[in-house]
Design a protein. Structure first.
Length: 137
């Protein structure tokens, strides 16, 4: 092996979504200090979905926070978010939740209106990227 080739630490983080097994993905992947969190829908442990856009956004970020914690990070370490919403009518509610949770971190963010999400009850789905502070395993 070439001594100039860098080796990386890669950890797969599981969540509670039944789609992880069905589709074959990880809730998050940590490579060294970078953590990529998959699109996260507002799934409750019982399979239910919160009733409105703000509650759904909060649930998405709760699940993202849990995945980040498993990877040794937190919402404060998030540097990028992508929010997918099914209607512009949800933008203010989802944006307000984002602002409240990331007021200090202020990550780069994108909000996109999409025709639909995997579960018809979902009106929001969120992806996130983070870098762990302090490094190490």
């Amino acid at each position: 092996m070439d001594s100039d080739v860098m080796t990386t630490n890669r950890d797969l983080i599981a969540g509670i979504s039944p789609y992880e097994e069905i589709i074959g993905f990880s809730r998050a992947v940590r490579i060294d200090d970078r953590i990529l969190v998959s699109g996260t829908g507002p799934v409750q442990p019982d399979g239910g979905v919160p009733p409105d856009a703000a509650a759904q956004a909060r649930r998405c970020f709760e699940l993202i926070g849990a995945a980040l914690a498993q990877a040794g990070a937190s919402l404060e370490d998030v540097v990028r978010t992508r929010m997918y919403i099914t209607s512009g009518a949800h933008a203010a509610a989802v944006g307000s939740v984002h602002r409240d949770l990331f007021e200090g971190a202020r990550p780069a963010a994108t909000m996109v209106i999409v025709a639909g999400l995997l579960d018809d009850r979902w009106v929001v789905e969120v992806e996130a990227e983070a870098f762990r502070r302090g490094g190490g395993k």
